[in-house]
Structures are given as C-alpha cells and as structure tokens.
Design a protein around this ligand. Sequence first.
Ligand SMILES: C[S@@+](CC[C@H](N)C(=O)[O-])C[C@H]1O[C@@H](n2cnc3c(N)ncnc32)[C@H](O)[C@@H]1O
Length: 210
Amino acid sequence: MIYIVGIGPGDKEYLTLKAIKIVENADLVVGSERALKLFNIDEDKKITLTKNLIEELKNLINNNNIKNKNVVILSTGDPCFSGLLKTLLKIGAKKEDIEVVSGISSIQIAAARLKISWEDYNIITLHGKEKNKKKLLNLIKNNENVIFLPNNLKEDAKFLIDNGINPDTKIWVLENLTYPNEKINLKSLKEIANEDFSYLTVCVYERTLK
Ligand SMILES: C[S@@+](CC[C@H](N)C(=O)[O-])C[C@H]1O[C@@H](n2cnc3c(N)ncnc32)[C@H](O)[C@@H]1O
C-alpha cells in the first residue's frame, strides 16, 4: 500500500496522530528533507526527494519490490490541495493502490491567523498553473474574496498591476506559517512587486466594502 500522508504546514505540532502512526509502521518513507525532518525515521527507511521528483516518484510506483510494503509519501499541507495526490495520479498511480491521509493545509492556517471563514473565499493555486493567474485577476477585478498560493509573488503582483488592478490594492502576505520566522503583513501590490518573498507564502485578498 502507498500512503500519501499530509504533514501540515511545517511545525511538528500540526502533524496528526494518524500521520505519525503510519510513518512509524512504514517500510519506506519518501519526502522532501523538510518533511522527513518532522519524524524519527531510521536512515535505511528514508528516501529524500530532490528536484527530479517526478522521475523519482515514477520509479517508486513502478518498482515491483514495494508491492507488499507499506510505503509512505509525505506531502506538504494536505495532499489533496495542490499536493502530491494529483502528481501521483498523473504519473500512473492507481486509486485502489493508494490511501490518502489528510493534513492541515497552509490555507487553513492562513484562515486561522486572519480569523476569516474560508467558506467565504475563492481558493486557488498559481503553482505551475499559468491559467489561474487570469482567474485571480478576474476575481480581484470583481472584488471577490480570494485565498491563493502564489507562484512567484513578485511577478504575480506585476501581472495584476499590468492588467489593470490598482497598485494600491492591499493583499495579506503570510509567509513561513507555523515556523519561527512566520511573517504576516498587509501590503499593497506596488510594494509586493518590489520585494522577494519566501517560497512558503499564502496570500489573501479581502474584498473591499463599497
Ligand atoms: C506545492 S504547494 C502545497 C500546498 C499544500 N498541499 C497545502 O495544503 O498547504 C506548496 C505551497 O503551499 C504553500 N505553503 C505550504 N506550507 C506553507 C507554510 N508553512 N507557510 C506558507 N505557505 C505554505 C506555499 O504557497 C507553497 O509554495
């Protein structure tokens, strides 16, 4: 069985007991260095994923030696939101061969920090999804609430400004959530377009009341 296990936003305290139990009983645990560090795993059971992640995961799911083993693939946040579930299904993993263990998404942490109810927000990711930039643009043009994962926030802000959004429009920028260097700031698009941000960033646009 292949378990795709959500590890939450990054701090150990946001791991689920289920995730810990499944990792403890695993024959093999695969994940980024950041993800593997959250657990006590014997060295001979660990595989660290690199930038060549797609090839590495393909090799793993096509490896006959793992058929009768408990293999865990660690995924940031929740695997079902912009996570490894989609990647694995795309490269040929079969639904009947996998089990998904939910984790706490960075989206949920962002909502908790800002004390907003996420059912009132459109939720999108720009991660590797160029077409979602247009969606984001239209949502902000229509003054709708949005929580989004940026692709490259500086460039995303430039795109919004270049396509007619007022540069003074304010966006919440939530970086490194749950880590000691967590930062939460309300910034204008023109400020954002001149700064660099952490890879770990969630953004929130709260509609302005007219
Ligand atoms: C490949 S996506 C995975 C999203 C993940 N499945 C989730 O549910 O949070 C990676 C992106 O998630 C967001 N993210 C994940 N952890 C984060 C954190 N601790 N703080 C801020 N953003 C985070 C960032 O936008 C990051 O670039």
